[in-house]
Structure formats: C-alpha cells, structure tokens
Design a protein around this ligand. Structure first.
Ligand code: ADP
Ligand code: MG
Length: 639
C-alpha cells in the first residue's frame, strides 16, 4: 500500500494563532501537557458517552486511559489515549481551523495590543490547547483513528503554517500525539520534558483530578536489577468529594480551568453539600470575566453532571437557570439513576430540588460577598450584573433575593453604584417611593431634564440604562414596601403630598392664564404630543416630554418594536418650564398675531429640543440644524 501524502495550509486564523504560539515567550510552558491530557480526557468522555447509545462501540469503551511515553535519547514525548479519535474530516476541521465565532476580530485586537506574552491570552480565549504543544516541540505528529472506523491518519506539522496528512497504521482507536521536543540549544531554558519527575510534577499539579488514569512506564532499581513498573500519575480523586480544607486553591483553580476552558482564575468558588431528600454535592465557580458575546465560548457552558462520581454530561443547562448561566461547576448526585437521559432530567423532581437549592446557595453566597467584600462584589456585578438581573424578571421566587444584591447607578454618585437598601437609607424625610428613570445611555440619563426638580429638592433617582432594566421595572413594583416610581411619568412630581398638591394647584391656576398659548402649541403639535402643559419638574431646562399615566415609556415602546410587536406611536405630554426665559418669548410671540407663523416654527423646534435633551433622536436633524442657523443669523441682525 502506498500512502498518499497531502499538504495543507492552516486556515488563516489558525495559522496566526499557531505562529503566536510558536514564538511565544510565555514562561509557563508546562501547561502544554495539561492541555494534551485534557484533550485525551475529553476524547475518553466522548467515547464513553457515545458507547452508551452505540452498541457497536461498547467493546471499545473499555480500560479507558491516557498514556505518557518518553524516549529521552531521541528527545521525544508522546501522549496517547484510547478515546474517540478523529477521522480525516474531523482532523481537518478540529485541528486545521478555529471555528469559534469572533476569532478574527479578536486576533486583530490582540495584534493591536502589541503584547509579548500572548500564549496565555490565546489559551484563555480559544482553549487552543493542542497548538500549545508547539511551545515545546519543533515537530508535532498526531496519529489517530476514529472509534467505529478502521482507517488511521497521521497528521504532522512543524508549526510553519502547513501540515501534512496521510493514511497510517494504528492498532486501536484513539489518538497519539508525538512531540519532537526542542532542546536547550534550540530554546534557552527549556526543561527536559522526558524526565520522569518533571512529568510527574506537572501531572500532579494540573491534572490530578482527571478521572481517567494517566499511566507511564518507569524504571526502578530493585536489588541491582532494573524493573519496569507501570504507574498511574494522577490520583483521579473527584476534587469536590475531598474535604475542602485538604484541597489547595491552586488545585481548585486548575480544576476550574479543566471544566471551563477558561484560563483566568475564577472570581469565586462555592461548595455545597446537601443531605436529606436529595443527596448531592455541588462545586460552583463564578468566572472573573464574562466571555463577551464576541468571544463567546459556545461549548462547555453550564454545569457538569456527575452521578456517584461518574461523569454524565458537561452542558447540563437544566440545572442552572439562564440568569446564572455564567456559573461553571459540578453537581454530583447520589440518587439519580446512572442511565438518566436529558429528557428525563428536565422533569425529574430530584433535579428540581437540586436546582432550587443550588440557586439559593449561589445567591446567598453572593449576598455574603456583597456584605463582607463590597468592592470585590462590585467587580462581579460589573461583569455579570446584567445577566443576573434577568432573574428578577424570570424567577419570581428569588426576585427579592436578587433585588437584595442588585446594584444601580444613581444620582447620588457618579462613581459608586448603589444597592436598594443603600437608596432607602438615604431617602428624604417623608419620601415613600423609590424614584427611577430609564433610558439608553447613562450619561444622557444623568442630564435628563426630568430629574431637575427632584435633584433640586434633594431626592435621589436610580438611573437605569441597561436594556433589561425597562422590562425589569415592569416586573418589580416594589421593594421593602416602597413602590418604584418612574420620574418620566407625567403624574409623578417631587415633594410631599402637601407640596405636590400646592404646586399642582398653582400650576393649574397659571395654566389658565396661558390657556391660549398652550392650546395653540397643542394644535400645532397635534401629531406629536397628546398635551402641552406647564411644568414644575424643570429648573434649568425649558421643556421636557413626559409619559401619560397609562402609556408605556419610550424605551418600552422601542423595545416592543425591536421584538417585532406592532406598537402604535405613543404620544407623550410636552411640559414647559414657566420660569424659563423661553416661556416669555413664547407668550410674546403668541400675543402678536403677525408672529404666529414664527411661533409655529418654534413649536417644532421646542419639541425636537425636548427629544434631544433626553438623548432621543429627532426626525429631521438637518432641518433642525437649518432652523438653529437661521435663528443665530436673526439674533445678530437684531443686535
Ligand atoms: P479544545 O479542547 O478547547 O476544543 P484543542 O485545541 O485542545 O481545543 O483541541 C481542538 C479539537 O481537536 C478538540 O475539540 C477535539 O475535537 C480535537 N482533539 C484534540 N485532541 C484530541 C484527542 N486526543 N482525541 C480526539 N480529538 C481530539
Ligand atoms: Mg483542549
């Protein structure tokens, strides 16, 4: 048989990542072994799980293990597994390309960063574990055979942007990765990775908990005789089943990395043990960084399910509600049947119990952190607050607990975000409601005319600029018996009931004397607003738009549209500040009939201005600009 050998180029992004890896000066090269063992372990998991449903693979899924072999004289290290293996197409897809979304953009970004030490970033973002072999090897050969098939393939590369692929021989299914190691001549300071103790140390440090044996043959002197012993390098102990005080932080971190494929250290670790109706252990991690939509890792999201320490599945989404989807970790149940299927899991009452107590535990730990380490908690909130807040909408049972730990920007401070409890503490004498304002841009909210009178009178207002906030406020009507009230609502005014009443009466009185002007404006703007009236909520701004009592806010309107709903145009109420000089100009214009044409034009501008002031967009910015310019010229002419 003459094997045909083909040479291929790595796909562009893969080649770039690989290049960065080859030239990486990253000092901790040891991690390549962790990555290769991790890949072996993944491949064994895959075979074991596939064998559950494929009768034909059952014999293959025996004696699952990883083996390390060395040849010190040739400077060769190999790592093999008898797992699922890869066929030709899979090799080309999994090894030759990086299929994660956002790779290209991320690489552009990295190149701009001009950092020397990119390996860490790369592994963290892409889990490009396999490529990390090129940190220590000048040539990498992979021989693999897919379980259930009978053709083996040899993949080979020196990391120069191309790889070769040809048919090969392999006694069984699985994968062997052979590294031709760089020597100290070729790379200063590189360790001898063929040394037994070097390997032992790395395996113990990074891969001890891997649940398959990592085997290696070692030489031992016994009574002057050299004997070969086959030893297992890892303890295979389930880390969550060990007493927590016997496991070091490093071990936990390495375990986190193993299950999450996230290179960073976790922000927090939460262990729990439940006894009683349902017996299970949970080990949860909250990452320190959110994987932004762009660099979203589609794989390995959710919780790993174990039953009696046997790994069952790694993306168990039913366990954790969507608003805690950033949580990684393990649930190990003592009671669930080993052959449980995904479909049954969803309905299982045990599972519901596990879910409920896990959520409660996680929220309780978060609350504790907020209390004991508020600054640290803020870091968490910055990353995941937006996601966690979804729970206020979706999980009525835990709504209060999430509100307890929710943080919001407010008018009280530019830098600090506040809890609701903090807000309540600062409430004014006689204030019974929690004021808030929603919008799209925090900075615009801060300058929104709607806040003026409230802030002047010393009231604090929560500023809600996250897209979920609008829906959120729809679902929470109150907190600790205080009603949430939007200051964008037309009927909400600052002050005590007594003050409000007086102010309203005064306004009405005043409104009567300007009834002509207000009606005129209303008529001119009939397509835009449902009413024009005087305001007591403004101090420095001339005008603003408020929402009618029964109407939804403009943010909600926009959101409903974005969701594809048919929403009629909702008209708001235009309020004018009677103390503003503009108001006297308007009354002047109104009193002279020959100037009504001009007043009409002003009405349009006033409306646009109100929109702009709250950060909205106006229909015809060019026309608005022309009018302003026109006014400026006139102003000079009159001088
Ligand atoms: P990741 O493990 O994060 O997916 P890697 O670069 O480590 O990234 O591996 C890329 C892919 O190559 C894996 O997802 C897997 O499909 C395949 N692969 C790597 N090593 C093995 C192996 N030993 N057995 C089977 N498939 C493997
Ligand atoms: Mg990997």
């Amino acid at each position: 048989m003459t094997a045909k050998r083909s040479t291929y180029k790595f796909e562009t992004e893969a080649r770039q990542v690989l290049e960065m890896m080859v030239y990486s000066v990253y000092s901790n090269k040891d991690i390549f072994l962790r990555e290769l063992i991790s890949n072996g372990s993944d491949a064994l998991d895959k075979l074991r799980i596939e064998a559950l449903t494929h009768e034909g693979l059952r014999d293959d899924a025996q004696d699952l293990h990883i083996r390390i072999e060395t040849d010190p004289s040739e400077n060769i290290l190999s790592i093999s597994d008898n797992g699922i293996g890869m066929n030709r197409d899979e090799i080309r897809e999994f090894i030759g390309t990086i299929a994660r979304s956002g790779t290209k953009e991320y690489l552009e970004y990295l190149k701009g960063q001009n950092k020397k030490d990119l390996a860490e970033e790369l592994i963290g973002q892409f889990g490009v574990g396999f490529y990390s072999s090129f940190m220590v090897a000048k040539k990498v050969t992979l021989v693999t055979m897919r379980a259930g098939e009978n053709v083996a393939w040899k993949w080979e590369s020196t990391g120069d942007g191309t790889y070769s692929l040809e048919e090969a021989q392999r006694p069984t299914h699985g994968t062997t990765v052979i590294l031709e190691l760089k020597t100290p001549d070729e790379e200063k300071g590189i360790k001898d990775y063929t040394g037994e103790w070097t390997i032992r140390e790395i395996v113990r440090k990074y891969s001890d908990f891997v649940s398959y044996p990592v085997r290696m043959k070692v030489e031992r002197k016994k009574d002057d005789e050299t004997v070969i012993e086959d030893v297992v390098l890892n303890s295979m102990k389930a880390i969550w089943a060990r007493p927590e005080n016997e496991v070091s932080d490093e071990e936990f971190t390495e375990f986190y990395r193993h299950i999450s494929h996230d290179w960073n250290e976790p922000w927090k670790r939460i262990s729990m043990m439940a006894e009683g109706v349902s017996q299970f252990r949970g080990l949860f991690f909250i990452p320190s960084k959110a994987s932004s939509g762009m660099f979203m890792r589609e794989q390995n999201e959710g919780i790993n399910l174990y039953i009696k320490k046997v790994f069952i599945m790694n993306d168990w989404k039913d366990l954790i509600p969507e608003y805690l989807r950033f949580v990684r970790g393990v649930i190990d149940s003592e009671d669930l049947p080993l052959n449980i299927s995904r479909e049954i899991l969803q309905e299982d009452p045990q599972v519901k119990l596990i879910r409920r107590s896990s959520v409660r535990k996680i929220l309780a730990e978060l609350k504790k952190t907020l209390r004991d380490e508020p600054d640290d908690y803020r870091k968490f909130w910055k990353e995941f607050g937006v996601i966690l807040k979804e729970g206020i909408v979706n999980d009525p049972d835990n709504r209060k607990s999430i509100l307890d730990i929710a943080l919001f920007p407010s008018t009280a401070s530019r830098e600090e975000i506040t809890t609701l409890a903090g807000y309540i503490e600062r409430m004014q004498e006689g204030q019974s409601e929690i004021y808030y304002m929603t919008g799209q841009v925090l900075e615009n909210l801060r300058h929104s005319p709607h806040l003026e009178a409230f802030v002047d009178k010393g009231y604090e207002i929560l500023l809600l600029a996250d897209p979920v906030d609008e829906i959120l406020m729809h679902y929470c009507t109150d907190y600790e018996d205080r009603k949430f009230v939007s200051v964008g609502q037309g009927n909400v005014r600052p002050g005590t009931d007594e003050e409000k009443k007086r102010s309203l009466e005064a306004l009405e009185e005043k409104g009567k004397s300007f009834q002509g002007l207000l009606s005129f404006m209303k008529e001119k703007l009939v397509d835009r607003v449902k009413d024009v009236r005087l305001s007591d909520r403004l101090s420095t701004s001339p005008v603003c738009l408020v929402t009618g009592e029964e109407d939804v806010s403009p943010q909600m309107e926009q959101m409903l549209r974005a969701m594809g709903q048919d929403v009629p145009d909702i008209k708001r109420i235009l309020e004018i500040n009677p103390e503003h000089p503009l108001f006297s100009t308007l009354t002047d214009l109104y009193s002279k009939e020959d100037l009504h044409e001009k007043l009409k034009e002003y009405c349009e501008m006033i409306y646009d201005q109100a929109l702009l002031a709250e950060g909205g967009t106006i229909k015809d910015p060019a026309e608005f600009g022309r009018r302003i310019a026109h006014l400026m010229v006139q102003a000079i002419d009159e001088d």
